[in-house]
Structure formats: structure tokens, C-alpha cells
Design a protein. Structure first.
Length: 148
């Protein structure tokens, strides 16, 4: 990856979970910029740089996606983003409370790069975010987003 900052777009309607993700990044010294939106519709507006709120939005290197959100849920968002030629290459990792096999299968079928069930224990949640971040930031080679 180039010298640009690693940007994570978090689509999560539960503010407590969003706070835990932000805290986990900070406490684990993970150098990533976290952008938070509360549903799939807002995530699409962010990615499409819709004015006035998202005209200057930075293209994320990774999207963390909750499945169960209002307005546009994670499944609908995943389907929409994978149909957009300019957005489909952004990896999306589902981060949800659902352990339902149907959700796992449909998420991968819609193009998710990963599926993580949110740990209930805070320490385990923090560790999961650390491991996820280390994998996507330090280990995986992602396409350069600077020119998109």
C-alpha cells in the first residue's frame, strides 16, 4: 500500500458498537481513519460522494458492514455496491450479531470478503477488531484507491 492513510467505512446503526470499533482501533494503535455511517443508504451516499455531506468523502480501503440496519440493510447495500463497477472492488467484511447460516451464505453470495459474528464479550470484540485490522491493513495487498 502507498503512503496514503487506510480508510475504513463502518456502516453500523448501533452507536455502542461503532464506539467499540473506534476504541479498538485506537487502543490497538491501528493507524486507520474510521468513517461511520448509520445505514446502507448513507453508506451508498458516502461512496457516491453525494453533496452536500459527502462531496469530499475519501474512498475507503475496507467497508465493515452490519446486516441489520434501518432504511437500507446490509444485504441490500452489499447487492447495490457489487453492481457498481467503480465500487465493487472495495472489500466488504460483514460484522454482525447474526449467526444464522442463511445470512453467512447470502453475504458471501452477494460478494462479501468476510463474515464475522460480533463477540459479545468486550475484550473478545476488541481482539476481533485488532485481528481484522491487522489482516486487512498489514497483510493483504489491496488496490491503490488514490486515483479512483
Amino acid at each position: 500500500m502507498s503512503d496514503q492513510k487506510f480508510v475504513i467505512l463502518l456502516a453500523e446503526d448501533e452507536l455502542a458498537d461503532a464506539y467499540l470499533v473506534k476504541t479498538a482501533l485506537k487502543e490497538n494503535n491501528i493507524l486507520a481513519e474510521l468513517q461511520h455511517v448509520v445505514d446502507g443508504r448513507e453508506a451508498l451516499e458516502y461512496l457516491q460522494r453525494k453533496p452536500p455531506h459527502y462531496a469530499q468523502a475519501v474512498r475507503p480501503n475496507l467497508i465493515l458492514l452490519d446486516l441489520n440496519m434501518p432504511r437500507m440493510d446490509g444485504r441490500e447495500f452489499l447487492e447495490a455496491i457489487k453492481l457498481e463497477p467503480t465500487l465493487r472492488d472495495i472489500p466488504v467484511v460483514v460484522l454482525t450479531t447474526s449467526e444464522v447460516e442463511r445470512d453467512v451464505v447470502s453475504s458471501y453470495g452477494l460478494g462479501a470478503a468476510g463474515y464475522i459474528t460480533k463477540p459479545i464479550d468486550v475484550v473478545d470484540f476488541m481482539a476481533a477488531i485488532r485481528d481484522l485490522s491487522e489482516y486487512w491493513i498489514d497483510l493483504v495487498h489491496l488496490p491503490d484507491t488514490e486515483n479512483k
